[in-house]
Ligand binder design. Sequence first.
Ligand code: PGA
Length: 253
Amino acid sequence: MEIKPINSYNKMSKLAAEMVAEQIINKPNTVLGLATGSTPVGMYRELVRMHREGDLDLSQVKTFNLDEYLGLSPEHSQSYHYYMYENFFKYVNIREENIHIPKGNAEDPVQECLDYEKKIKGLGGIDLQILGIGVNGHVGFNEPNINLEARTHIIQLSNETITANSRFFKNLDEVPKKAITMGMATIMKSKKIILMAWGAEKKKPILKVISGPIATEVPASLLQVHNDVILIVDKKIYSFSSAINSLSYPDKI
Ligand code: PGA
């Protein structure tokens, strides 16, 4: 795991965008795994800027989003479909047919999960997966549990996640309680992974990802066994961590 401590949100966003751009320049038909939430908003803004300035052609790129709330239509303002178009897809030249996001309002959500997984496989798997991390250590919507599901599946959201995400809804009751998410195996099969974490509330889960045991109770800790993960992390989380300092972790572990 390569750790890049960064001292501003904008710098984190720029660095992540540069890595994504480099990947696309090296492989124009890259299969990108994309995340939603507050964390990657700046990265999408940077990628849009690069595209507008003529430095980034995404016409052959294919995308798969990590997750979607179950029950929300793509038009719902809090759906991840809506987020992706508003923050990214509307402004770049990714072809509509190359965009994949689980359908939250699919008639048969179980079949939707199976089809989603098949599509990822059919396109040769994910080349570069972007991840955020939940305050409880989830990635995608893989919530802490004794058992994790390997492939794309329907998941019951944890109370912590529902509470954390209620900031985007009118009230707690409006937050969907279930979602469709890629599974940990789907994510771990990505050839390369960039995990971004910004803000004090991410200190606890990030510490567990960097120096904790691998545990399904912290799904992101599984990333320790992936051989190409870059962690772009708020320097404050990194340097305030006595656990890390006392272990004198080098930037590359
Ligand atoms: P955030 O969410 O980027 O809004 O903090 C991350 C997540 O829950 O995975």
